[in-house]
Design a binder for this molecule. Sequence first.
Ligand SMILES: C[S@@+](CC[C@H](N)C(=O)[O-])C[C@H]1O[C@@H](n2cnc3c(N)ncnc32)[C@H](O)[C@@H]1O
Length: 328
Amino acid sequence: MKSTPQTPNRLQNLCDEHIGKVSDKWESYIDIYDELFQEIYGSVESILEIGIQNGGSLEIWSSYFPVARKIFGIDINPKCKLLKFKDERIKVFVGDANTREMVNMISEGSTFFDIIIDDGSHVSSDIIRTFALYFPKLKSGGTYIIEDLHASYWESHQGALNYNFSSIEFLKKLVDVVNFSHWGTDMSPSEILQSFINLYNLDLEPDLLLSIGSVYFQDSICVITKSSPAENPLGVRRIFGKDASIDDSVISFNHSTSATPTQYTNSLFNLFVDDELILKFAQNTAELTTKIENIEDELRVIKSSASWRYTKKLRQIRYLMSKFSQKK
Ligand SMILES: C[S@@+](CC[C@H](N)C(=O)[O-])C[C@H]1O[C@@H](n2cnc3c(N)ncnc32)[C@H](O)[C@@H]1O
């Protein structure tokens, strides 16, 4: 994508002037988009938004990206079939975004997108599955955005602070994936995501993970960029300047590449706890808690029954007899 002259607040201005279909976004997102897209808006060819509701954001994107040929939206709400747009570049697909059929439909075999925005259900399993299905449809150099991640802390959206399988925990793992070349272990990126792959039945190609170039978080939003797997994002070490009066050993490192020490004997690494064990432990604990609650309920019923009251004397006699025999 070629760069365009910078126009700060261009999106903000378009949103302020927008009088068509309604769009619903937090104000900080507009600033983030203005900054992210200010140099590329003139060359973006294709954008996909998952979750479009009233369709307003698609109208705004159509004004914002002048040369885009495909401005696609997906929504599960059948009413979205009724949405009509003047701009023929806008196309709405109605159905669940989280199906292989939908991925095939929107990509028409060969479409790759410059920008993909997930503003769908905000439920953890959906966000994670959507990423696995649509990140492969992002162009190299493209940007994948997930909005409204505050929901990943809420039970209503399959989340909680410190819940190991929330969308935000998945995205935090992608930060480790970006730094994969420094792990010093024989683990692959997909291994650290294995528990997510199992739980959410993900079809994640290992090479795909290696094409994650950067992961950026701001309040409720995550921006992930894609770059070619062969690219070394760190580059070589550069030493600038001439005066190294404190430590001149650094000078010899100019233009050297990073050398990761192996971590096989790292005792801290060995403290690593398998996420799946945690999940099994949580499930077992939940099952046992339910069993205990059921037994307590049954006991309450028994204790409040007439036969339990009538046999009270018998139980007291049996207790006294056992005490008496113990003494002997
Ligand atoms: C927050 S609204 C989208 C707002 C819109 N992006 C905007 O900026 O105005 C979320 C939308 O996601 C849709 N949605 C929820 N689950 C979905 C799914 N599995 N697939 C596609 N769309 C979904 C809902 O029907 C709803 O219209």
